[in-house]
Design a protein around this ligand. Structure first.
Ligand SMILES: [Zn+2]
Length: 462
């Protein structure tokens, strides 16, 4: 048998995918996995003895492009440069960036504009999810064109007042999206309930951020999930509920799934580690995100759902602010700044709190951080697994690394972390994107712009 030289060989690691684990050598050529097991030699070799080898993380919910509100442009602390560096340092090799349109901009133009920023600046591969704000007579054609170009997702906000005003057009858009293989990502909070609750609190003089959970009551999420599930049933369209945060909303989604609907659920880190009591603290404003933190029962339901397969992904909703911006004393429940930096900590903290503490199996951990998102967003098996023919997106994982989190040393420009000082056990030793080491032992390597915008297939059921 001839032994051909490969570009990269990863030896002796415990290779973990969503379907199994075994000690296997991995051979890479031209950025693609070409051999699993058997004799091989590589121009570069990585000894992964005692380490896990995981498929690169797939975080399909990040904000690295400014939000366009009318004529205003509101930037986040992170853009594609710093955000994709944080991704690499955290073991995430594919990101899904939410793109907001400028006034009058069509969805395809939006994806191409934001995609050009990513192609110039991103260290890791990415996709763009265009936000549909203004559905109109041209939207069906726009969605068809997105599908042709391999951009198979769209994002909708029920939490913005116009959703109800334009409901018939949104329903038609969901219908078109489903028919063309797009997955519709839906922010489920009811705008009317939020407005009503916020106005009531302001009238009582309760403008401080400690009242934030009351301004976005649990009912608003449950009601929105219930409605979107019904709309999805009416249209047959698959939906992906972003950052689901409450037990009651999860019950609605589970019931839909049990009826055979394609209703998929994402949660995000903050709901797994923090509860609404945080708002009473001096640093309460740091925990403002939408929907807000809920109670211990909600937290337990999300962990159980993640383990049992009722919650399909854990993605970040990385939306970074600086500490100063978050703690601005002028902020009220009506002007709060939701969002936080999570890309670098997503996988290490979930491993530490989930796998190490026995809440998630290793395989389930890989599914919720990589495989499921790759399938749902039309990227599998190019991404989300370790198989011959897949991109060589790998994380060489040190399961015993003790790495206290220091936000100021992170790659995000937010400069702080919600997990400051947490002694997290388990961390990436190396992150490899298409066969290239982009992170190694504390250092990000590689140039902005090496990441590629991915062409995707239709959404795939789990
Ligand atoms: Zn988001």
């Amino acid at each position: 048998m001839t032994v051909t030289e490969l570009d990269l060989v990863v030896r002796n690691g415990l290779v973990v995918t969503g379907s199994g684990e075994s000690v296997t050598d991995i051979g890479v050529r031209d950025g693609v996995i070409v051999q699993l097991g058997g004799s091989m030699t590589g121009a570069r070799e990585i000894d992964a003895t005692g380490r896990l080898v995981l498929p690169g993380g797939v975080d399909m919910h990040v904000h690295l492009s400014p939000v366009e509100v009318g004529e205003e442009t509101m930037p986040w602390a992170d853009d594609f440069v710093s955000g994709s560096r944080a991704a690499a340092a955290g073991g995430v090799t594919t990101i899904g960036n939410i793109g907001f349109g400028k006034p009058g901009e069509r969805l395809v133009d939006l994806v191409q504009r934001v995609g050009a920023d990513g192609s110039r600046d991103s260290l890791v591969d990415f996709v763009v999810h265009p936000v549909l704000m203004e559905p109109d007579e041209g939207t069906a054609a726009d969605i068809e064109r997105l599908a042709e170009l391999g951009h198979t997702s769209v994002k909708i906000f029920m939490s913005i007042g116009d959703f109800d005003v334009k409901l018939p057009a949104f329903v038609n858009a969901l219908d078109s999206a489903g028919k063309h293989g797009l997955l519709s990502m839906v922010h489920c909070e009811d705008a009317c309930v939020i407005e009503h609750a916020t106005a009531g609190l302001l009238a009582e003089g309760h403008k401080e951020l400690q009242y934030y959970p009351d301004s976005h009551p649990e009912l608003s999420e449950r009601m929105a999930v219930n409605r979107i599930v019904a709309i999805a049933e009416a249209t047959g369209a698959p939906i992906y509920i972003v950052h689901l945060g409450s037990a009651a909303a999860l019950t609605e989604a589970r019931a839909a799934r049990a009826r055979g609907q394609r209703v998929y659920v994402e949660t995000r880190p903050i709901y797994l580690y923090f509860t609404e009591e945080r708002f009473a603290g001096e640093d309460g404003p740091l925990f403002v995100g939408n929907p807000p933190l809920r109670g211990a029962g909600d937290q337990a339901a999300l962990w159980a759902g993640l383990a049992a397969g009722h919650v399909d992904t854990c993605c970040t909703d990385h939306a970074a602010w600086t500490l100063e911006d978050k703690l601005d004393p002028e902020l009220t429940i009506a002007t709060a700044r939701p969002g936080m930096s999570e890309l670098e900590t997503l996988i290490p903290v979930l491993y530490s709190e989930g796998v190490r503490k026995g809440r998630l199996t290793l395989q389930r951990f890989v599914e919720v951080t990589s495989t499921n998102a790759a399938k749902l967003f039309g990227l599998f098996p190019q991404k989300g697994t370790i198989a011959v023919g897949s991109d060589a997106d790998l994380v060489i994982w040190d399961p015993d690394a003790h790495r206290p989190i220091v936000g100021a040393e992170g790659m995000s420009r937010s400069g702080y972390s919600l997990y400051e000082g947490w002694d997290v056990v388990g961390a990436p030793a190396q992150t490899i994107s298409r066969g290239e080491v982009v992170y190694s032992d504390g250092h990000v390597q590689g140039e902005p712009g090496r990441g590629r915008m991915l062409r995707r297939g239709p959404t795939r059921d789990l």
